[in-house]
Each structure stands twice: as C-alpha cells, then as structure tokens.
Design a protein around this ligand. Structure first.
Ligand code: PNS
Length: 159
C-alpha cells in the first residue's frame, strides 16, 4: 500500500493546502495529513484547533487520515510504515528550505523520499501567515479558506 504523509504546521489550513491534499490523495492509496510541530514557529492555533479546522475542511474521505505528531517526521514515517513525504511548492522562495528538509530527512532514513507538487497558480500567493494577518484585521478571507472555517478563524484572530 502506497502511503503518503503530508506534514505541515497548517496554522491554519488554506485552499492551497487543500489543493495539494486533493491532488496527492489521487496518486496514493492513503494520505496522512500530519499536523507537526515546527520549532521555529509559535502557532496561533493549538494542535487540536488545527486538526479540527483540517477535519472540517477535508470532511470524511476514505483514503485521507488527519492526525498530529510531535517528534521527528522520520520517526512518524517509520511508525506508520510510510516512505513518501509530500510537500507543496509555491515559488522558488520555498525551494531552498524544502530542499534542505528533504535532504535531511533522506539522510536520516534513506528509504524515505520527498515528492514535490506545484501548487495551482490560483493558490500560489496564499500562505497561513497571510491568512492570519487578514483575519487579525477583519478582512474577508472567504476566497482563501473553505467557507465552513472562515468564521472560526476570524473569531479566534480578529482583534
Ligand atoms: O508548514 P511548515 O511549518 O513548513 O512545516 C514544517 C514541518 C512541520 C513539516 C517541519 O518543521 C517538520 O517536519 N517538523 C517535524 C520535526 C522534524 O522532523 N524535524 C527535522 C526535519 S526538518
């Protein structure tokens, strides 16, 4: 069984992430969306909130699982017997950081590879941090995140 793991902060999930989730889920048997801890960032939403926003956005799908993990990504991969990490790339600016992570993870476990998918052009300018900023100042975010989570995000972040 081909299991892909899509790790990220998802703080919060955006339409850009959902595009990758939808497209990646079509080329594997099972996609695990993994809310993982990025030690370089202080999240706006708790892990439980980020999981809930993902669940509300993705809905019930047979081959998609949504979960969290707080250790090394390669340890999670081994635990669930997955060999492929999937990541989205928006622009060249994402490349350096993503390449470093991909090489590091492959170095930690040479059975694990990272597959990159280009985001759709209409989502290429989206980021969780931009969504947080817009929400903070009460701007409309309905075009950038699923309708069912827009209000929850605004409620939590609006000053
Ligand atoms: O959405 P992000 O913040 O770019 O995601 C980064 C994330 C969470 C995938 C990355 O920080 C990660 O894999 N963290 C888990 C800890 C780990 O394995 N670190 C070593 C590889 S970078």
């Amino acid at each position: 069984m081909r299991i892909f793991v899509y790790p990220g902060s998802f703080d919060p999930v955006t339409n850009g992430h959902l595009d990758i989730i939808n497209r990646a889920s079509r080329i594997c048997d099972k996609l695990i969306v993994l809310v993982s801890v990025n030690t370089a960032k202080t999240p706006a939403f708790t892990v439980d909130e980020r999981l809930e926003l993902l669940r509300l956005s993705v809905g019930k799908r047979d081959n998609i699982e949504i979960t969290s993990f707080s250790g090394l990504l390669v340890d999670f991969m081994r635990k669930v017997n997955a060999k492929t990490i999937i990541k989205g790339l928006r622009a060249v600016s994402d490349f350096e950081y993503e390449m470093q992570m991909a090489l590091l993870n492959h170095n930690l476990d040479n059975e694990i590879d990272t597959l990159f998918m280009m985001t759709s052009i209409q989502n290429s300018f989206l980021s969780s941090s931009a969504i947080r900023d817009l929400a903070k100042y009460g701007a409309k975010i309905n075009d950038f995140v699923p309708a069912q989570i827009a209000d929850i995000i605004i409620k939590k972040l609006k000053k």
